[in-house]
Design a protein around this ligand. Structure first.
Ligand SMILES: Nc1ncnc2c1ncn2[C@@H]1O[C@H](COP(=O)(O)OP(=O)(O)OP(=O)(O)O)[C@@H](O)[C@H]1O
Length: 455
């Protein structure tokens, strides 16, 4: 866990010196400010875990400062110090958002107890929030299956789970890159802080900029209020940037600065803010080639690819497919309040032979559709409708098909086009109707699945 950071706001140098010496010796990081203006600035940029504020400052009192600090970040506990104990002052300070009130001269051991308690309460609150959303999400195991390929990925991932260096996850669409990113966060030292994900391909340059870095009020037309960026939200946690290869070239140098200096600036702001995030990025592109071809900044590429994990496509681990299918079918059955749906041998064979261009996402979809459309009982080959057969088959995917699978797909595509009409399908295929019936039987294709539903 990163060290606890305290912001001390007091205009007396001697008091600051004494407190700083004591707190630093006890493992805290300390930032200092002497006035209201400096305090707001430091609070914004140093992102303390607790702020300790003297009541009387050169340009005002703590009562003016507290609401401004709460506006910047309401989750940071505030401790107010005063020269004379006064109940009214204490009540007012608490009204303005102070968590604790101490009278001067402050007993340093007491201050430490108070700070430890406030910090651990804040961390516990953050942990509970993270825990609640983790339970809602349920963490998925990214290493389903026993193939050597997936075991090797697991071993690599376990070796780097404690590290703070950026990770680049590569792999085809739907192969489980996001699932792996979340697993790295949930199992790592930052698990009690937020996991924030952002898809760089889905946003225009301006939106990406303001989502990531936030903006000040009035930074652009429509910026009616200041907004925290996702970097701030992810502070002390993990920022997951999906499809980083599609990140706009104007945003790339700003991300590089965050990684190198751990600082960033909101749009329209003149000051830098400190931030502590672990970056996990994912891409389906070959980023090294993109960097070589100047489509992606090479300095950013080197920074984000300190550690690389490659998630294999499903077709490179065919021995895992049937096991995964049974697991998904058990989940699908349970979600419908039923037992697991079985798979007939011809269906298992078809699942194993198919090239899965959409990987695990496609496997789930094919099974979900089959469970919904089949009449119940174990699924057979005819219940499975592969996505690549919905339009033209993907040419790369065809390389992995057997002749029989290719025949099946072609027949299915024609049947779909002819809405299950055997005579017309046979004519298109250039074979007699009886021959098509024979093939449907041999390949386990159920033509009724292609008929147009009654209006
Ligand atoms: N190991 C796994 N166990 C269960 N479900 C998985 C697993 N891996 C992936 N999935 C499921 O497959 C789908 C795609 O996974 P994910 O979003 O992680 O893939 P991706 O590689 O990030 O895809 P994209 O590149 O399209 O963003 C999700 O619905 C996810 O829940």
């Amino acid at each position: 866990m990163t060290r606890t950071r305290i912001l001390l706001v007091d205009d007396e140098p001697g008091i600051r010196l004494g407190m700083r010496g004591f707190l630093t010796a006890h493992g805290f990081d300390v930032d200092e400010a002497t006035s209201l203006a400096e305090a707001q600035e430091a609070f914004r940029t140093s992102r303390p875990d607790v702020a300790v504020v003297d009541y009387r400052l050169t340009d005002g009192t703590a009562l003016e400062l507290l609401p401004r600090l709460k506006d910047i970040d309401a989750s940071v506990p505030l401790v107010v110090l005063t020269g004379h104990g006064s109940i009214e002052l204490a009540v007012q300070a608490v009204k303005e958002g102070a968590e604790q009130f101490l009278t001067k001269p402050v007993e340093l051991a007491v201050l430490k107890v108070v700070l430890d308690r406030l910090v651990s309460q804040r961390r516990e609150r953050q942990r509970l929030l993270a825990e609640r959303s983790r339970i809602l999400r349920g963490t998925v195991n990214p290493f389903m299956g026993g193939s050597a390929t997936i075991r090797a990925l697991q071993a690599q991932a376990e070796r780097i789970i404690e590290s703070d260096s950026p990770v680049l996850i590569t792999g085809e669409t739907g192969s489980g890159k996001s699932v792996l990113a979340r697993w790295l966060h949930e199992g790592g030292p930052r698990k009690d802080a937020p996991f924030v994900d952002l898809n760089c391909a889905a946003l225009s340059k301006d939106l990406l900029d303001s989502e990531l870095f936030g903006h000040e009020k009035g930074a652009f037309t429509g910026a009616v209020a200041a907004k925290q960026g996702l970097l701030e939200v992810a502070d002390r946690g993990t920022l997951f940037l999906d499809e980083i290869g599609d990140m706009d070239s104007a945003v790339q140098p700003k991300l590089l600065k965050v990684l190198e200096e751990k600082r960033f600036r909101r749009l329209g702001d003149v000051r830098d803010r400190r931030v502590d995030v672990r970056l996990i990025a994912a891409t389906h592109q070959d980023l090294a080639v993109a960097a070589r071809d100047k489509r992606f900044r090479s300095d950013l590429y080197f920074r984000v690819s300190t550690l690389i994990l490659h998630v294999p496509p499903l077709r490179e681990r065919p021995e895992d497919i049937v096991g995964m299918a049974h697991q998904f079918l058990a989940e699908l059955g349970a979600a419908r309040g039923r037992g697991s749906v079985g798979l007939r041998p011809d269906a298992e064979m078809a699942l194993t032979c198919y090239a899965w261009p959409g990987n695990i996402r496609e496997l789930r979809n094919v099974l979900e559709r089959a469970v919904l459309l089949s009449g119940g009982g174990p699924l057979s080959r005819g219940d499975l409708r592969f996505e690549a057969t919905a339009g033209e088959p993907a040419s790369d995917a065809d390389d992995h098909l057997t002749l029989e699978e290719l025949e099946r797909r072609h027949i299915e595509r024609i049947l779909r086009r002819e809405h299950g009409h055997v005579e017309r399908a046979a004519a298109r295929l250039g074979i007699p109707r009886s021959s098509l019936y024979e093939r449907l039987k041999r390949l386990g294709i159920n033509r009724s699945g292609f008929q147009k539903p009654d209006p």
